[in-house]
Design a protein around this ligand. Structure first.
Ligand code: TXA
Ligand code: MG
Length: 323
């Protein structure tokens, strides 16, 4: 259990609680905080020991780089060594928001944060509590999703309660995350843009602002990877997740179908939203709740092969992968 869980209203962002969380961050402690994508497990990005404790708490291999959360373009520019025109344009259009930019890092960002890479991922989250926390702490905050390595990301504070343990000093409970899927990650280097992780800001959204964006090939398992979210298996519930075409028959045993179209009769089904944004916002909390039921399987109706569903399909495929 985390040491303390405190509810905080996004519209008020209680200054005393934000000040306490900021003090903990500056003291090298871990604080879980809400963002619009998923909850983050945060530490002072400039403090190597604090960053090391993120990896310990998550059980995450040191080869996975962390995203550095900043409150402004100005703070972003203080952690990166280059700020190309494409970064300026993407930040102008999508920040604060669910977009991470990977750029060459400045020396003050410890190698621990970036898993030894010469680049760092930065993003300005679109959540009043996250922004207030970074502002009050006056340091960039390194934060992966606040789940054990390979597990489902948390979109509500209750998803964090049992999983991360007493190393976490404080959980700020700001209610459900509105986007519900992890940020889009795009690397900008040598005039090229490479999509490392799809998100609800789509490739087409990026291309409308900066022109062609290449999609990174998935990294082979076990090799040094520029993007840990690119592991074939990731974002998984404990219950086996099966990706099934619409109307597929139920497998043996106890399970539930998640449908975006009309569910068939005679099976236990949960009707998911048919709109991709609403679907994304509901997906992880639905999976967290079902995972607690100890079912034999969770069958998810394969979403439409359309660009607005690309990030959802990506996460479902990884959750369904068996290795
Ligand atoms: O929405 C999000 O991005 C959430 C919230 C908390 O901000 N964070 C998150 O962090 O999903 P994490 O650690 O679970 O995923 C980090 C992703 C990796 O999949 C990787 O693609 C990318 O960030 N990343 C970070 N630094 C990178 C770097 N230097 N080079 C390449 N990829 C990097
Ligand atoms: Mg994660």
């Amino acid at each position: 259990m985390p040491r303390k869980i405190s509810q905080i209203r996004p519209d008020i962002a209680d200054p005393a609680l934000i000040a306490e969380a900021a003090r903990l961050i500056r003291a090298g402690k871990l604080v879980v905080f809400p963002t619009e994508t998923v909850y983050g497990l945060g530490a002072n990005a400039l403090d190597p020991a604090a960053v090391a404790s993120i990896f310990e708490a998550k059980g995450r291999p040191a080869t996975s780089p962390l995203i550095v959360h900043v409150d402004s373009v100005e703070m972003a520019r203080s952690v990166v060594a280059e700020w190309p025109d494409a970064a300026a344009r993407l930040a102008e259009r999508f920040w604060p928001g669910p977009l991470t930019l990977v750029l060459p890092k400045q020396d003050k960002i410890p190698a621990r944060v970036t898993a030894g890479l010469a680049t760092v991922g930065v993003r300005v989250p679109r959540h009043p509590i996250a922004l207030a926390l970074i502002r009050a702490a006056q340091v960039p905050i390194a934060a992966p999703s606040a789940n054990p390595f390979m597990g489902l990301s948390p979109t509500e504070a209750c998803h964090v309660r049992t999983s991360l343990g007493s190393r976490v000093a404080l959980v700020l409970d700001g209610g459900p995350s509105s986007v519900g899927l992890e940020s889009t990650v795009v690397a900008l280097k040598e005039g090229e843009a490479v999509l490392l992780r799809p998100g609800m800001i789509s490739r087409a959204d990026l291309e409308a602002v900066i022109g062609p964006v290449r999609v990174a090939a998935a990294e082979p398992e076990g090799e040094a990877h520029p993007a840990p979210g690119m592991h074939a298996r990731h974002y998984s519930p404990k219950t086996p997740l099966l990706l099934r075409p619409p109307g597929a028959p139920a497998p043996p045993g106890r399970g539930v179908f998640l449908c975006w179209s009309e569910p068939g009769s005679g099976i236990r089904a949960i009707q998911m939203p048919a709109d991709p944004r609403a679907y994304a916002a509901a997906l992880y909390s639905t999976l967290h709740a079902l995972d607690a039921e100890n079912l034999d399987w969770i069958a998810v109706e394969c979403p439409p092969h359309q660009p607005e569903w690309a990030a959802i399909l990506d996460r479902l495929r990884r959750a369904a992968a068996t290795s």
